[in-house]
Design a protein around this ligand. Structure first.
Ligand code: 6GU
Length: 236
């Protein structure tokens, strides 16, 4: 999978992309993530990225010219499955959308910034607008990093332990159970006996019940969702 990220602030991605699983995914050739500094697609002397909105009001709007220049340059080199804009006005991101994106070949992620993006960019070039939740970020970069992280880890081979991905996919409808590691007793706090039993069946039963209890307590909304395989979204 190839992901081209268009941003006015490339250094914001240095941390998330250069550590741990995302680092390994790129080094192993599973994901190619290419950052494009929007400023290098400007043509004016001052390398202007934004301007005031017509009609007035606070905040700045990303100008259309550098964005058209950048996206069209990329599209001349290969075809893209989606041109994604990160914006609080987008559809709210979830695991189902994440799964779908992980099966795409080439993605462009355009990071919204300032007050917004000239609407003509959205109308002509953007195919999908995504928000990562109902709160406001200073810009779309952190949202883009969240999307990239969640998508890349699903590419087959990126996470070695297939078991781990399998139990994650469970999370679409239920939270995962609590986990413990050694020592069996720490400051008077004991690991549940079933987990120490060495009896695989007992362990599985404990985990299933613990997951169900946690979900019922914290996220009863998940239990009301359609079962596995049926991806109808909940209405409310
Ligand atoms: Cl994608 N962008 C911004 N600026 N804020 C957000 C968001 C995106 N998703 C949630 N809040």
């Amino acid at each position: 999978m190839r992901i081209d990220v268009i941003t006015a602030f490339p250094p914001l991605f240095d941390g998330p992309l250069s550590e741990s699983i995302l680092k390994r995914a790129q080094e192993g050739g599973y994901a190619e993530i290419v950052l494009h500094d929007l400023r290098s697609y400007t043509r004016d002397k001052h390398r202007t990225l934004d301007d005031t909105p017509y009609g007035g009001g606070a905040g700045m709007i990303l100008k259309p010219e550098p964005l058209f220049e950048c996206i069209e340059t990329l599209q001349n080199e290969r075809s893209y499955d989606e041109v994604i804009l990160t914006t609080p006005a987008g559809r709210v991101y979830n695991q189902k959308l994440c799964n779908q994106l992980s099966m795409r070949e080439n993605l462009i992620v355009l990071c919204g910034h300032y007050k917004g993006v000239d609407q003509r960019v959205i109308d002509a070039l953007v195919t999908m607008e995504i928000s990562i939740g109902d709160y406001v970020l200073t810009g779309g970069e952190l949202a883009a990093a969240v999307i990239i992280d969640s998508v890349v880890r699903l590419i087959p081979g990126v996470i070695g332990d297939g078991e781990s991905l399998l139990s994650d996919s469970f999370m679409e409808n239920e939270l995962d159970c609590p986990y413990y590691t050694r020592p069996p007793e720490f400051r008077d706090m004991k690991v549940p006996e079933d987990l120490l039993s060495g009896d695989h069946k007992r362990v599985e039963t404990w985990r299933r019940k613990a997951a169900e209890k946690l979900t019922r307590e914290r996220r009863p909304d998940l239990l009301r969702k359609a079962p596995h395989g049926n991806d109808k979204e909940q209405k409310s």
